[in-house]
Design a protein around this ligand. Structure first.
Ligand code: ADP
Length: 305
């Protein structure tokens, strides 16, 4: 019996957002709006998204011994995430300094802080947490060595889901464990380089050749493409049509929902059909974690074409 449907291993950041008339040039100072502080980071986002849907979820992450760390801990607890794996100290909590202009364009500086201090040793010390999860999900806002240690620590039968964001070259050992590798168009193109091709089906074929057991490509308003390397089946999964207000964190909500449903036994296309409903709901509200739906708030399933 698994204690957790989903264990997320990843980053937790405080997003510090200021609205400006104009983003400053070098040497310039501009005045902005009141500061807004939001819980973020891809790991924290995924954990909140899954817990809000009803998944038994834990987060393995590191924050600083500071006020931002407390804010992030509170946000996870409020969503129902088990924070037994939230480690504290070693560096300040990771922050994203975000300025947004009236057209919605933003400039972002990320200080990884404690996220960069989530080490392979931390993973080894969390062996019992990893062993208690059906599905383990990771991203790349923590060190790649740490993600590689997660893969080595997995028990046979535990499913591993990776969103390689921000995209980086991945060791064969990590790629081989992914079931699925989840990418958006940008991440697919970076991982594939010049050999990417033109269509999502091309990207999926190219990504499968790198070694993951399966691949999911998110396609924004168009939904997602699933590609299962075992059966060589490719399925286009349309997204419900919604009025998009803010797409921040939609991919994180999608990936968390996908991982959770796979752990419950859904096949890849069925899990993706659920995840696109979660992603679509997330874009109808402002923010990342604040936009994530409960199961009863999802738009209806789109009938397959
Ligand atoms: P990311 O947020 O990582 O860039 P995408 O833009 O592909 O990833 O979005 C992830 C998922 O969120 C999509 O697969 C889809 O389910 C949902 N989504 C994103 N944008 C929209 C939109 N405009 N309308 C409906 N669903 C959307």
């Amino acid at each position: 019996m698994n204690e957790y449907d989903l264990l997320v291993v990843g980053s937790a950041n405080a997003d510090l957002v200021v609205g400006v008339e104009r983003r400053p040039a070098a040497g310039e100072t501009v005045l902005g709006s009141d500061l807004a502080v939001h819980p973020g980071g891809k790991g924290g986002n995924q954990a909140v998204a899954a817990a809000r849907l009803g998944a038994r979820t834990a987060l393995l992450a590191r924050v600083g011994d500071d006020a931002h760390g407390v804010l992030l801990l509170d946000a996870q607890r409020a969503a129902g995430v088990d924070t037994v794996g939230l480690l504290v100290g070693g560096a300040p909590t990771g922050v994203a300094l975000i300025t947004v202009d009236p057209s919605g364009d933003n400039s972002i500086v990320v200080s990884p802080g404690a996220n960069a201090r989530l080490t392979p040793d931390d993973i080894r010390a969390a062996g019992s947490l990893l062993a208690a999860a059906r599905v383990v999900s990771a991203q790349l806002e923590i060190p790649l060595d740490t993600v590689a240690e997660v893969v080595r620590t997995l028990r046979p039968g535990t499913r591993f889901v990776l969103n390689p964001s921000p995209p980086a070259e991945l060791p064969a050992e990590v790629l081989a464990a992914c079931d699925p590798l989840v990418v958006n168009e940008h991440e697919a193109r970076v991982v594939l380089g010049d050999a990417a091709g033109d269509t999502p089906e091309d990207w999926a074929r190219g990504l499968l050749k790198l070694g993951p057991r399966s691949v999911v490509i998110t396609l924004g308003a168009a939904g997602a493409l699933t590609a299962d390397g075992r059966t060589d089946s490719f399925v286009r999964v349309p997204s419900p049509r919604v009025d998009a207000v803010d797409t921040t964190g939609a991919g994180d909500a999608f990936t968390a929902a996908l991982g959770w449903r796979l752990g419950l036994g859904d096949d890849l296309a069925t899990a993706a059909a659920y995840a696109v409903r979660v992603g679509a709901a997330a874009v109808t509200r402002e923010g990342a974690q604040s936009s994530y739906p409960t199961a009863s708030e999802l738009p209806p399933e789109v009938p397959s074409p």
